[in-house]
Write a protein that binds this ligand. Structure first.
Ligand SMILES: [Ca+2]
Ligand SMILES: [Ca+2]
Length: 514
């Protein structure tokens, strides 16, 4: 199942079926039978947990669907019924105002824990639901207002083909009164727009010899073919034949005097052209497009607690925060998970600094005579030119390749009353962050450490809903996945996350470029 199909929009559902989700959510975890295209709610089967509501300030978003691939990725449930409308109108559009999310207190439910009737047919539980108001219509986004209903206008090849409402729920004007302090969705703005599903814990994909399960699909265990200029190395995948020597500290002498001096070893990344993005991932990774990146240098590792402290002691940076924060965070979450902030931990000097805002990351890089990398530079540095999925190649993530959520992290979460899923059924040695460079088998083709996992990394680039859209400055792109990720898709080199610049996550750090 593709990553996008784990977070399907449910805007094509019948109104009463969506309303049933709202009702059911107040009773307990929703159990479903889901095959990627059809979802059946098993209302008589229950899972032993509840949802908690996490509110945010109203957030507007528009999603455009222009071909069948996008249709099946965005609205997998009911997509077959919509193919005709898509052909007729050329485009389907979802306009959303989101005010919050129901979050399951427990995500890794095992089939044996289910109670009630029909549970033997269950495949997934719903672990999250985005709520608010939406309009789903056939036609382009621009045809929703002034030109609505006017067919055949325009002289160009892309003449307007009109507008037809397909479904609608909630009242966007009611959503305006929502805030991140809400304990539950505001009236008339509580429609379920998108659900997130997790496979039941003991459903396993059985794969033929020579392949392994990856996000529910069987893929070749090891791909030994490499692009020109690279060779295959057991345990590492394709690596560049020549890896440039790290820049010497002397090279930093040419940096502007703003700098506190070169901090952290850097690797020279040669200029190159690569295919950025992915057709297998989320909508924001599309379209795949060719990008030419000029030569630059990238920090070998994520910026560490000790490196950041050097900037603080010289007056260039504020102390690293010791709490997490983002819009809509609950007091309970802040209390439990701030523990994983490294800034004040003398035993974590060689761990990545985390819980820092975008501005704090940007300030540090400038102080060091560097800058944050663009997301183009970041993705190129992570995957090189051969189209590989992960920094190490195409093999599934495992406990020697990266620091993600293995059995150690599930146990850590359990001690804190949380039920988390594992990316792999093994112990990778570090429950939260790991010392930088602990997983050299997972290095990128240029020898960079931890380009998958450990902490997400801030980039200089504003987020866009996909590569054809304009970028915003309300959110910056973070890359690479993190220590608490439970699905391989999150640590793919093409995966993107748009993060508000003031967010401080215990799974979010950075590295610098120049
Ligand atoms: Ca781990
Ligand atoms: Ca990382």
């Amino acid at each position: 199942m593709k990553a996008s199909q784990r977070k399907p929009l449910v805007v094509a559902w019948r109104g009463e079926d969506r309303a049933a989700l709202e009702t059911q959510a107040r009773k307990g975890l929703i159990v479903v039978r889901y095959d990627g295209c059809e979802m059946e709610v098993l209302s008589r089967c229950t899972a032993p947990a509840q949802y908690q509501y996490a509110a945010n300030n109203p957030q507007k978003s528009t999603e455009s669907i222009r071909n069948e691939d996008e249709l099946y990725a965005a609205v997998p449930i009911g997509a077959a019924r919509l193919e005709g409308k898509l052909r007729q109108f050329g485009e389907l559009t979802v306009k959303m105002t989101m005010v919050g999310r129901w979050e399951a207190a427990k995500a890794d439910v095992r089939k044996s824990e289910l109670q009630g009737a029909e549970c033997e047919r269950a495949t997934h539980v719903i672990t999250g639901m985005t709520v608010g108001a939406f309009t789903f219509f056939a036609g382009a986004a621009s045809e929703d207002s002034a030109g609505a209903g006017v067919a055949g206008v325009g002289a160009g090849a892309k003449a307007s083909r009109g507008h037809e409402e397909l479904s609608q729920a909630g009242d966007p004007s009611q959503c305006e009164s929502a805030s991140d302090q809400d304990k539950e969705p505001v009236k008339n703005c509580s429609a379920v727009i998108r659900v997130e599903v997790a496979e039941l814990g003991d459903v396993q994909t059985v794969c033929p010899p020579g392949t392994q399960s990856q996000g529910g699909k069987c893929v070749a265990s090891v791909d030994t073919s490499c692009a020109a200029g690279m060779h295959f190395q057991a345990g590492r995948g394709c690596v560049a034949n020549v890896v440039a020597q790290p820049a010497t500290p002397a090279a930093a002498a040419t940096s502007p005097p703003l700098s506190g001096g070169a901090v952290g070893q850097m690797v020279r990344i040669p200029a190159g052209t690569f295919n950025m993005g992915s057709n297998d991932g989320a909508a924001d990774e599309k379209p795949v497009h060719s990008v030419r990146v000029a030569s630059f240098e990238m920090d070998l590792t994520e910026v560490t607690v000790a490196q950041y402290a050097a900037c603080v002691s010289k007056g260039g940076c504020q102390p690293a925060p010791t709490t997490i924060d983002w819009n809509g965070i609950t007091d309970e979450k802040r209390r439990i998970f701030s523990e994983a902030c490294n800034g004040n931990r003398s035993d974590r000097q060689n761990h990545p600094v985390n819980c820092v805002t975008w501005n704090q990351a940007n300030t540090y890089c400038r102080w060091a005579g560097k800058r944050l990398p663009t997301e183009e530079e970041w993705e190129y540095a992570a995957r090189g030119t051969d189209g590989r999925t992960y920094p190490w190649g195409n093999g599934a993530p495992g406990p020697r390749l990266l620091n993600a959520c293995g059995s150690e992290c599930v146990a850590w979460a359990r001690e804190r009353g949380r039920s988390w899923a594992a990316m792999y059924q093994a112990d990778d040695g570090w429950a939260t962050t790991a010392p930088v460079g602990s997983y050299p088998s997972g290095d990128s083709p240029f020898g960079l450490h931890d380009m998958a996992g450990n902490v997400w990394e801030w980039t200089a680039s504003g987020y866009s809903a996909d590569y054809s859209k304009n970028r915003t400055t309300n959110a910056f792109v973070a890359r690479g996945g993190r220590w608490d990720d439970d699905a391989p898709s999150y640590v793919r080199a093409a995966n993107r996350s748009g993060v508000a610049p003031t967010n401080r996550g215990n799974d979010l750090g950075f590295r610098c470029a120049r």
